[in-house]
Design a protein around this ligand. Structure first.
Ligand SMILES: [Zn+2]
Length: 399
């Protein structure tokens, strides 16, 4: 049996007035998703446990079959894995953003999408200045990493910078502020300004009319998660295909093979056909492949309804159609479609609602649902399932 799980990031949505009360999934032309729903079973998946934030990392960890409540330790350690920074047992990894501070406000959480080449020089300067406290690692663009030794820092309260754009920096420093560990991290953030403000990279950026990366922002910290590899947990060998570091990081900790697809960008322009092609090839050596597509989420964050519908239709046409045409080369196969969480256009951010899922298999039965969308899935035979039970459900159903 070969298994393919296609995850359209943020595909689920709410009914929209401009779509006459329908959701983007109900509006898009998605014959292949509908055929999976019609030939297989359907249900709702609660990918975000109560009390947790609806992040893609938490949601995808659920889908991969692990309870985030038990295994999620933060965004930093996942990104560390994806850039190849190995964490020791007493390490704490912080996500390190380059930000633009203006008049005391957090004016831009990504310093105008500073390039990775520019970031690498700034990272070097930070390492020279702060080597006593830990090590900075280059990631991609404004998304970098800081690793230090103090496991107790896991409990500090840090703030995602994209949540507080335009707000005073002093209101969102690491808390509790009087804690010595907070004092240290807040001091590093504060002193980073002295290192960065007159750095030649920033002087040049200002000259070119771009925002300087004049401060770092440390957040999302945590230790290395301790998860049993996917193979020993579920008895099958898995792979991931994604353009997103967080998801790659999950794959690293779970012992999944990250398949590199040359045109996978994590954006609208990702190579959908390439993802399908590489997924089919990966099944020669693997039992299961997760294909993650970020584009619908990006479109929803931008509030771009047309682009969101386009992204959903591209997943259907360019990925699912190719998969459904070629999977019969394997005698027995199963294919599933689901989002990780909703990213409703109206709120432009992730929501907590359970997501619709559909799965069909050459060995499985069907239910009465014929369409794939948020509403139809409610009458599916699988009911409402906790996210981390998805893989077990898939294996039980597919045989
Ligand atoms: Zn997501």
């Amino acid at each position: 049996m070969k298994y393919v799980v296609v995850i359209g990031d943020g595909m689920a949505d709410y009914p929209l007035e401009e779509l006459n009360g329908k959701t983007p999934l109900q509006t898009a032309h998605i014959p292949n998703m509908d055929s999976i729903a019609a030939n297989g079973v359907n249900g709702l998946l609660k990918t975000i446990p109560d009390g947790m934030e609806p992040g893609s990392d938490v949601a995808n960890l659920s889908i991969m079959g692990y309870n985030p409540r038990k295994y999620y330790t933060g965004r930093g350690p996942l990104e560390a894995a994806s850039i190849g920074a190995e964490l020791e047992d007493d390490d704490i990894a912080f996500r390190c953003n380059f930000i633009f501070k203006d008049k005391g406000l957090l004016a831009d959480f990504n310093a105008d999408h500073i390039s990775t080449v520019e970031a690498s020089e700034l990272i070097e300067a930070l390492n020279q200045a702060f080597y006593k406290y830990g090590k900075f690692y280059l990631g991609t663009s404004y998304r970098n990493l800081f690793v230090c030794k103090n496991k107790e820092m896991a409990s500090l309260e840090s703030t995602p910078p994209h949540d507080v754009v335009g707000e005073p920096i002093k209101n969102h420093l690491i808390k509790p502020e009087e804690d010595t560990k907070s004092l240290l991290i807040n001091r590093i953030m504060d002193e980073s300004q002295d290192i960065l403000k007159d750095h030649p990279i920033n002087l040049k950026r200002v000259q070119e009319g771009k925002k300087p990366a004049n401060m770092i922002w440390l957040w999302g910290q945590g230790p290395k998660p301790n998860m049993k590899p996917f193979k020993s947990e579920y008895g099958i060998k898995g792979a991931t295909i994604t353009g997103v570091d967080l998801i790659k990081g999950l794959g690293v900790y779970l012992g999944l093979t990250n398949i590199h697809v040359p045109g996978a960008t994590g954006y609208y322009d990702t190579d959908y056909c390439g993802k399908a092609k590489y997924a089919l090839k990966s099944l020669e050596d693997n039992d299961l492949v997760f294909i993650h597509v970020e584009a619908p989420d990006e479109a929803a964050h931008a509030g771009d309804l047309d682009e969101k519908i386009k992204a959903i239709e591209r997943i259907d046409k360019r990925i699912l159609e190719k998969l459904l045409d070629n999977l019969p080369n394997y005698d027995d196969y199963s294919i599933s479609i689901l989002p990780d969480h909703p990213t409703p256009i109206t709120i432009k951010t992730h929501a907590l609602d359970p997501v619709p899922y559909a799965m069909c298999s050459t060995k499985g039965s069907g239910d009465d649902v014929n369409l794939y969308d948020e509403e139809s899935a409610k009458s599916g035979s699988q009911g409402l399932l906790d996210g981390h039970k998805f893989i077990k459900n898939l294996l039980d159903y597919s045989g």
